[in-house]
Design a protein around this ligand. Structure first.
Ligand code: PHE
Ligand code: ZN
Length: 878
């Protein structure tokens, strides 16, 4: 490997391909080290391209064995072939057939891009540019072809053979131990949606009849013996298929829909046409091994990949700059699905927590980029929270601006007009503009401008005139530029409940802030109001308003919007943490009167509502994370001070609410009961039971230890068991070590559970954690070749252990950097992802940030970095 000079690819340089490939016939003879691929391509000049241009096919680590054009071998001076490309200097100026034979080694493929083996199972990953590791091709999303795939393999090694589309002929090959299967996909697709699987797999299956009357065979394939753990995923597929029909009018379009779970996978899952391939973490679940969060994630990722069949596959992206066109939209769709399956309010809070933790921090650091980037050196580094999560918020804002009916009409028009095409963000917006009659050109700024906008609000109440005046001002961190179009869902709340007041500029509770600043006047306001702004988090902005704690706690009590009730409690907690962290207080306790008032308000809230909605109550009790607090501080951050401040507040909450928390635990334990069910209501009860225990343990570590040990041994499910273990892990001593060791042994043969065990230990906020991680790196279950394991141990450390990752002596940074360097030789994509944990380094106080800077610069001086890592490094240091 050598460091390639990163070549920048720019949106403005987009040109249509000079050639098109209408049909692809693939013949793959699978073999562990010597797989042979014969591709027969029906190629023609693209009328929209340059006539007579050479044919330049992409490749990556390919060995060319044979090449024929229209049945003829080509003279040596007619083409040039290297592992990374195949050029025909003077291709025919009419349709022609190219036959290419390549050789690849799936067993040696540790990058997990292209064709590789995971636990012996052959599988593929082609997005964004992995198809070129299988055969030479026009590996770009605007070249759409109809694929027929013949897969051949040893009958014993790979009894199951799956491809895209519908199954065709299959059979054994006479006088050999091999067999084959042919798959045909009638829907033209870009190469990144190609997939195949071959291996020993168990199958769980059902049938689904679409609204058009198509009878679909739906199946989930998993490692032998794990069939029972796929039932929940299978059910989630069926629910997704139903939801996309009833909520969006989108039926499925093939006779089979297959999901395959593999254990080595770079991302969450992949939407290959008719053959979704999953990280098994997002498929396998049973009460013994999966937490409530796992169940919710499985439901969401299954839905996400299924929904891509329309938003991504039927309508795909013209180029990778349009990635948000499929990802932002599909995240929005999966979020809507989960909200319909579970509690909408609780789900919304979860979405916003993720957005703030991952996207806001990305947008505030050196890796910030627009939702539609304008340039990239390595596209695989742009599968980011900004493209996915902020991309979803943009779609949600369109719905808020247009209202549900025009939004749905716009979606229908987008699908109708772009079906079978490779589309752009402009095509997407045009569909909504056409349906609503609205000009969305100013709104398009959301796709172009990086950084989290700030909206500052100030209110004046005139009691005599019974008038409330609210002024709003927006600004982007990048400074000037045209203002954004920001939907502000808002209302007024008084001391005893919501206030009805007239303001014609807020129809249906939504004001659209289009200017840099604007002022709203509410008439007939009988009492001093508290504004409830950005209800439901109606725009991905930071809101600043000088409200007192008492006013915020009024919102917690009386707002009609559950999101803002939660937000109100969070804002009070955040201010308490920041005040304390800012003062760099070292002494442990001394909560102060503001913290007393906060705890009292939470106490009253729990009394009134905890049993009615435990999931919501658990969220209200959870404090903002240390990462969120650091982002809020923004500069000169001392993670130890943040940690201490937050711990102090937790301890204080635990002490003040102790009696209530204990009785809640009892009441909920009775309601929870057996048998286990992963539904949202049951999960909500468990969430509150465990949040309560966590606070109790903060207040009284001894009692907490006893209760956690009891819960650990009595638990009937992984949620309760892991929550108890997590609480024990925070309390130094023998109980912790005993519990960790027992858990590690009990689940020695359960990789997905071991991941939780690794992650939990990596996030212990103590100096000894570095040694612990060093020991765990030589644990027999740890492997650099398995992305889940690396993410569990090292990724969790970088993301979830701010005091130890950013240790003042630099040892945490060094650990991360060493891992990135070692991993880069195995799997550059995962190495680059790990490296993004340095994204907030400039925000740290000078001693820490200079340590981080030194370590990053040293890495940059190394001679053989992958393009993936070199790109992140260059941007992080820029
Ligand atoms: N497209 C996948 C998704 O739905 C993500 C992915 C990207 C998977 C690249 C693998 C490689 O989110
Ligand atoms: Zn996706």
């Amino acid at each position: 490997m050598r460091t390639e000079t990163p070549q920048t690819i720019r949106l403005e340089d987009y040109r249509p391909s000079d050639h098109l490939i209408d049909r692809v016939d693939l013949d793959l003879r699978l073999s562990p080290h010597d797989t042979r691929v014969t591709a027969t391509l029906a190629i023609r000049p693209n009328p929209a391209g340059e006539a007579g241009a050479p044919l330049v096919l992409d490749g990556d680590e390919l060995i060319l064995l044979g090449l024929e054009c229209d049945g003829q071998a080509l003279p040596a001076d007619a083409f040039a072939a290297t592992p990374s490309g195949l050029t025909l200097h003077r291709p025919p100026r009419r349709p022609f057939t190219l036959r290419i034979e390549t050789q690849i080694d799936p067993t040696a493929n540790t990058k997990l891009m292209g064709l590789y083996r995971s636990n012996g199972v052959y599988c593929t990953q082609c997005e964004a540019d992995g198809f070129r590791r299988i055969t030479y091709f026009l590996d770009r999303p605007d070249v759409l072809s109809v694929y027929t795939t013949r897969i051949e393999a040893g009958r014993d090694e790979a009894p199951v053979l799956l491809g895209n589309g519908n199954p065709g002929a299959c059979g054994v090959i006479a006088d050999t131990d091999r067999h084959y299967a042919v798959w045909h996909d009638p829907h033209p697709k870009p190469a990144y949606l190609f997939a195949l699987v071959g291996g020993r797999l168990d199958r769980v299956a059902t049938r689904f009849t679409t609204m058009e009357g198509r009878d679909v065979a739906v199946a989930v394939y998993v490692e032998p013996g794990k069939g029972p753990r796929a039932d929940y995923a299978l059910d989630a597929v069926v629910r997704s298929m139903g939801w996309d029909e009833t909520a969006c009018g989108r039926p499925y379009d093939l006779d089979v829909f297959n999901v395959v779970a593999v254990s080595d996978f770079n991302m969450g899952a992949m939407e290959n046409k008719g053959l979704n391939i999953f990280n098994d973490k997002y498929v396998l679940a049973d009460p013994e091994t999966a937490t409530d969060t796992d169940y919710a994630n499985i439901e969401a990722v299954i839905a996400h990949e299924y929904f891509h069949n329309w938003s991504g596959n039927r309508v795909t992206c013209r180029d990778w700059f349009q990635l948000c066109l499929k990802e932002g939209l599909t995240v929005f769709r999966d979020q809507e699905f989960s909200s319909d399956m579970r509690s909408r309010a609780v789900h919304r809070i979860g979405e916003v927590r993720t957005l703030r933790a991952r996207q806001f921090s990305e947008d505030a650091g050196p890796l910030a980029h627009p939702v539609r980037p304008r340039a990239y050196a390595e596209i695989n580094n742009f599968y980011t929270a900004t493209v996915y999560e902020k991309g979803a918020e943009i779609v949600r804002m369109i719905r808020t601006l247009l209202g549900p009916a025009a939004f749905r009409a716009g979606m229908d028009r987008y699908f109708a007009e772009n079906d079978g095409r490779a589309a752009t963000v402009e095509d997407f917006l045009a569909a909504f503009a056409a349906e609503s009659g609205r000009d969305l050109s100013a709104f398009a700024g959301w796709y172009e401008r990086p950084g989290t906008p700030r909206v500052t609000a100030a209110g004046i109440y005139d009691a005599d005139a019974r008038r409330y005046t609210l002024s709003l001002r927006q600004s982007l961190p990048s400074g000037d530029g045209a203002p954004l179009v920001i939907p502000v869902a808002l209302g007024l709340v008084g001391a005893s409940g919501p206030i009805e007041a007239a303001c014609p500029r807020v129809p249906d509770g939504v004001f659209v802030l289009e200017a840099t600043s604007d002022t709203l006047t509410f008439e007939g306001v009988a009492e001093p109001p508290v504004p409830s702004l950005f209800r439901g988090f109606s725009a991905p902005v930071r809101v600043e308003m000088n409200l007192g704690d008492a006013e915020r706690l009024t919102l917690l009590r009386h707002d009609t919007d559950p999101f803002n009730r939660w937000q109100a409690a969070q804002s009070v907690a955040m201010r308490l943490i920041l005040d304390r962290a800012g003062a760099r207080l070292v002494e442990a306790d001394e909560a102060g009167p503001a913290a007393e008032a906060y705890a009292a308000a939470l106490g009253a809230f729990l009394d009134a509502e905890a049993l009615a909605d435990p999931a919501f109550a658990a969220l209200v009790l959870a404090l903002p994370s240390e990462g969120e607090a650091a982002n809020e501080i923004g500069r000169d951050v001392d993670p130890d001070a943040v940690h201490r401040a937050r711990q102090t507040l937790r301890r204080h909450l635990g002490r003040s609410l102790r009696g209530r928390l204990e009785s809640l635990r009892e009441a909920l334990a009775q309601a929870a009961g057996a048998p286990f069910s992963p539904d949202a209501a049951s999960a909500g009860r468990r969430a509150l039971i465990n949040t309560a225990l966590d606070l109790i343990a903060m207040a009284d570590p001894e009692a907490g230890t006893r209760a956690a040990e009891a819960q650990l041994s009595a638990a009937s499910n992984m949620t309760d068991r892991l929550a108890a273990l997590a609480i024990l892990a925070q309390i130094p001593g023998k109980a912790r070590e005993t519990a960790l060791a027992a858990f590690g042994e009990r689940y020695a043969d359960e990789p997905l559970v071991l991941d939780k065990w690794f992650a939990l230990q990596a996030t212990i906020p103590e100096a000894g954690t570095l040694d612990r991680i060093a020991r765990l790196r030589s644990h027999p279950a740890f492997a650099m070749t398995n992305p889940n394991r690396v993410r569990a141990l090292i990724g969790s450390f970088g993301l979830g252990n701010p005091t130890q990752f950013a240790r003042a002596d630099g040892a945490g940074f060094a650990l991360l950097a060493e891992t990135v360097e070692a991993l880069d030789r195995v799997n550059p994509q995962i190495a680059a992802k790990l490296l993004t944990t340095f994204g907030s380094w400039r925000m740290l106080e000078p001693a820490r940030s200079s340590k981080a800077g030194e370590i990053l610069s040293r890495m940059q001086a190394r001679p053989s970095l992958s393009r993936d890592v070199a790109d992140i490094l260059a941007r992080t240091l820029a």
